[in-house]
Design a protein around this ligand. Structure first.
Ligand code: HEC
Length: 161
């Protein structure tokens, strides 16, 4: 009798702990690098995902759309390049993840910001988003990847980690 009460108590604590983990766990770590540009398996998956979901706008060679800095007649920006000539690499992993999952408005500080960039929440899993962004990073020249590593380190420091 006594043992079963203890077992139940332990089970209850475990349940509460795992529910708390589920609720409190952020969608992605909000500090430190999450991309895996050196993992061949992740990159193979990321390359396929990029071709299917991103290349139509961002270009098969990550070149973006023409005149990508100039808003079109609809007031929307064209898709920027994801290669070294764009500013994708200026953002730490966490911001790139958030843009891809929740859309540009989620980082623009303006919930009403209009953009043609889709939000992939519900369409791509977190792991798939990490894979496609990892593949994009793996295409950058070594010097740009290094700068991006520094941007990640800087972002981790400024968030107090
Ligand atoms: C329908 C066209 C379209 C598709 C498809 C698309 N994007 Fe975009 N993306 C855009 C546009 C347009 C912007 C610029 C939006 C703005 O600032 O208003 C953008 C911006 C971004 C940015 C921010 C870049 C920066 O320099 O700040 C990231 C990151 C991004 N897209 C990732 C992706 C990924 C990853 C995919 C595929 C999973 C994807 N996009 C698919 C149109 C698209």
């Amino acid at each position: 009798m006594k043992t079963s009460v203890v077992v139940m108590a332990v089970a209850a604590v475990t349940l509460v702990a795992s529910v708390a983990t589920l609720v409190l766990k952020p969608a992605a770590p909000d500090t430190g690098p999450v991309l895996r540009p050196d993992d061949a398996k992740v990159l193979a998956q990321g390359e396929r995902l990029y071709a299917t979901h991103c290349a139509a706008c961002h270009g098969a060679r990550l070149e973006g759309q023409p005149a990508w800095r100039v808003r079109g007649p609809d007031g929307l920006l064209p898709a920027p390049p994801h290669d070294a000539s764009g500013h994708t690499w200026h953002h730490p992993d966490e911001v790139l993840f958030r843009i891809t999952k929740h859309g540009v408005a989620s980082v623009a500080g303006d919930p009403g910001y209009k953009s043609s960039m889709p939000a992939y929440d519900g369409q791509l899993s977190d792991a798939e988003i990490v894979a496609v962004l990892s593949w994009i990073k793996a295409q950058w020249p070594a010097a740009v990847r290094q700068k991006h590593d520094q941007i990640n380190a800087q972002a981790a420091r400024s968030s107090g980690n």
